[in-house]
Each structure stands twice: as C-alpha cells, then as structure tokens.
Write a protein that binds this ligand. Structure first.
Ligand SMILES: Cc1cc2nc3c(=O)[nH]c(=O)nc-3n(C[C@H](O)[C@H](O)[C@H](O)COP(=O)(O)OP(=O)(O)OC[C@H]3O[C@@H](n4cnc5c(N)ncnc54)[C@H](O)[C@@H]3O)c2cc1C
Length: 375
C-alpha cells in the first residue's frame, strides 16, 4: 500500500512527487511515456514558483539556466503603449524566468530520482480507478494494480482519471488559434518580453536561453501546414520586426480553456491541467498546477496523519484551488480578448486601456497579476 500514487509524470506530477518525498511519504508516479516529451510548451516560470522550486532543491539551477525577464513592453503600430516592470516586486526573484519546459521537467525528474530512486515508473498507462472506504486502487494497462491511500490525477488536460471519476469538464470561452516558433534572437529587445497588440491580432515574443527568442502570433485558423518562414512573414507584416534564423519548426496550436467541476472526489485529487486548462497566452498553466501541488502536499500529509479527516482535507484543497483556477482563467481570458484583431474605435479604446494600465497605481497591480502573486 503506497501513501500516494500520482498518475502522470509531467511537470506538475513530478513536482508534487518531490514535495511528498521530501515529507518522507511513500509515493509512486505512473507515467505512460517511456521517453521524455520534447514538445515546445511552457517557458515562463513566475516568482512565487521560483521560491517553491527552491524549497525542493531545483530553484537555484532553474534561475541559473534560465533567462531573467524583468519587464514587458506593449506596442501597437510601431509605438510603445507602456512598459510593465517586475523589478519592484517584493520578492527574492523580481523577474520571470524563461526556460524550455523539457529542461525544467528533466531537472525535476533528476531531483525526484535523488529523493526517491525508482519511484517514477514509465510505460504504465492508467486505465481505471477502484475506490474503497480507506484506500484506492489504480489499474494500469500492464495488468498491474497499485493500491494507495490517496491518488492524484496529474495526467494532463485529457485526464483519464478525471473521466473514470466522472468529473465534469467545462469549456470556457471560444477557441483561438496561434502559431509559435523559436528563432535566433536579433537582440533588439534585450531581455524584455514584447507584446504587439496589432490590428491583425497579437504577436508576442520572449527571450530564451542560448540566444533564442520565442515568437507567438494569433492566427485566423489552425495553420497546421505553416512553416517558420510563414510565421516570420506574419510577424514582419504585423509588427515590422525581423526575426533571426529559425531554430524550431513552427507549431500551430488551438487554445480553449477548460475547468473541472471539482478538484477532488473522495481520496482522489486533480492537479495541473487535469483540473484546469488555462490559455498559454499569459503563460500560467504550469505555474498554476505547481501552486496546486504546493497546496495539495500538506493536505495529503494531514489526511495521512488524521485518517478521519482525509476526505475533508482534500475537499478543502479542491475548493481553494478551483477558485484560483477560475481567477487564472479569467485573467487569461482577458489577455486573449486584448490580443484579438481590432480596428477603429475598438483599437483606440484598447490602446487607451493599455496606456492606463501601464501607469501607477494600476501597473503595480498588473505586475502582481502577471507574476501570479495573487493566486
Ligand atoms: C504552446 C504552449 C505554451 C505554454 N506556455 C506556458 C508557459 O509559458 N507557462 C506556463 O505556466 N504554462 C504554459 N503552458 C501550459 C503548460 O504546458 C501546461 O500547463 C503543463 O504542461 C501542465 O502540466 P501537467 O503536468 O499538469 O500536465 P502535462 O504536462 O500534460 O503532463 C501530463 C503527464 O501525464 C501523462 N499521462 C497522461 N495520461 C496518462 C495515463 N492514463 N497514465 C499515465 N500517464 C498519463 C502524460 O504522458 C504526461 O507526461 C503552455 C502550453 C502550451 C500548449
């Protein structure tokens, strides 16, 4: 009987496993993949999470390897609308670190292996859950059944655990499509994040380690066939900026936010994308999942120490983190709305709003929101 089985060894499941292992719990992670995913996804790591990563022993390495973004600058029609600085934030890390998700995941996996060797089992796809009064059994495609006091679904937006637990999954807002690619950084923007709110739709760019820059542009449709040259042309056409040589293939993605009806059911808890899919525009999905993990670890510890309070501890976790997810989804929804194509009156109103938000006192609140200090 394990204390905890975590389904999914992505960034959120692995971080939670590190936290539980540091509390001396017997934790196992079941992961369907046998090789790490190299997909281009999250890059932004926000200040509160750098503190949490420090506590599990990987923060310093992430800060050392990542690029430090100290401000974001908003532009339209070749003019600056405002700059948001993170430098005055009351935190040990007054910046957002950018680091490719696969590097972050690999640092977390190595740390987990130090803390609890062999606890991540690859090549195991979870297919079902069987609930009992005082424990849960996790069923896998290999025929192995693992019993545990608690089960955590960290199996991403398509969560199998969420489905078998019959927990609802509601779409929020309308879907939007983007094109993304990494290019050699021409250096004109330094380590500043650039947001271009243009008539044809938003373009964003962020510095990355190793002299690269990630560019993301909103598109009218899912441009699955588009090349890095096509993306460079969209960027040039909308913003006038010239990108460097491509260092990745362009990838098209569709965004639709989702929220689970609840983040706990009995002895099963949902964390990360299994519980909430937040738009990458604003870059907070992985960070939000890590905040779930930081809230769930003490709840599980408490539930193990006080078995009669096991389900209520998870219930309290679920209610609190679902409220945070609702706020994050609203904020990301606002970002997506701001980035939509605009002309005429709507464009002027948007630019006026951006200018106002970039001035005191709104700028301090906005810096807090963008660095997740209220989630
Ligand atoms: C283009 C893009 C850019 C993004 N940028 C940012 C950003 O800058 N900042 C940010 O915070 N977030 C960002 N995100 C969001 C971020 O990538 C996700 O929020 C994050 O990956 C969620 O982590 P997770 O561990 O919850 O789920 P996942 O990363 O999806 O991991 C789930 C894991 O579970 C495994 N699994 C699934 N089903 C099973 C099963 N049945 N049995 C066993 N294992 C299973 C999977 O193989 C996977 O390893 C971005 C997303 C995209 C698409």
């Amino acid at each position: 009987m394990r204390d905890v089985v975590i389904v999914g060894g992505g960034p959120v499941g692995t971080m939670l496993a590190c936290m539980l292992a540091m509390r001396g719990l017997d934790v196992q992670v079941l992961e369907q993949r046998t090789e790490p995913s190299m997909r281009s996804r999250a890059i932004g790591i926000h200040p509160p999470l750098l503190g949490v990563l420090d506590e599990i022993g990987v923060g310093r390495e992430i800060v050392r390897r990542g690029t430090h973004v100290q401000e974001g600058s908003v532009h339209c029609d070749g003019r600056g609308l405002g700059t948001l600085s993170f430098a005055e934030l009351p935190t040990r890390y007054p910046f957002i670190v950018t680091l490719p998700q696969h590097v972050t995941e690999s640092l977390l996996r190595s740390r987990l292996e130090q803390l609890r060797p062999g606890c991540l089992s690859g090549g195991m796809t979870v297919t079902g859950i069987r609930e009992h009064p005082e424990h849960v059994e996790v069923l896998s495609d290999t025929g192995v059944t693992v019993p545990a006091r608690f089960v955590v679904a960290a199996d991403g937006a398509q969560s199998r655990v969420r489905d078998v637990m019959r927990i609802g999954w509601t779409a929020l807002g309308r879907p939007e499509t983007y094109l993304m690619g990494d290019y050699v950084d021409t250096g004109t923007a330094g380590d500043t994040a650039m947001l271009y709110f243009e008539r044809g739709g938003v373009v964003e760019s962020f510095p990355l380690p190793d002299g690269l820059r990630r560019w993301v542009a909103m598109t009218d449709f899912l441009a699955g066939e588009a090349t890095s040259g096509d993306l460079a042309e969209i960027i040039r056409h909308r913003t006038g900026a010239a990108v460097g040589d491509p260092r990745s293939v362009a990838s098209a993605f569709a965004v639709r936010q989702h929220l689970a009806a609840r983040l706990s059911a009995g002895r099963v808890a949902l964390v990360g994308d299994a519980g909430h899919q937040i738009s990458p525009i604003g870059g907070q999905g992985m960070n939000l999942g890590w905040l779930d993990a930081a809230a769930l670890a003490p709840a599980i510890d408490h539930g193990l120490a006080e078995p009669r309070q096991a389900e209520s501890a998870l219930g309290a976790y679920g209610r609190r983190r679902r409220r945070a997810a609702v706020m994050a989804a609203r904020q990301a929804g606002f970002n997506m709305t701001m980035g939509r194509p605009a002309t005429g009156l709507r464009l002027r109103a948007r630019n006026t709003l951006v200018r106002a938000l970039a001035c005191p006192p709104a700028d301090a609140l906005l810096a807090r929101a963008f660095t997740m200090r209220w989630l």
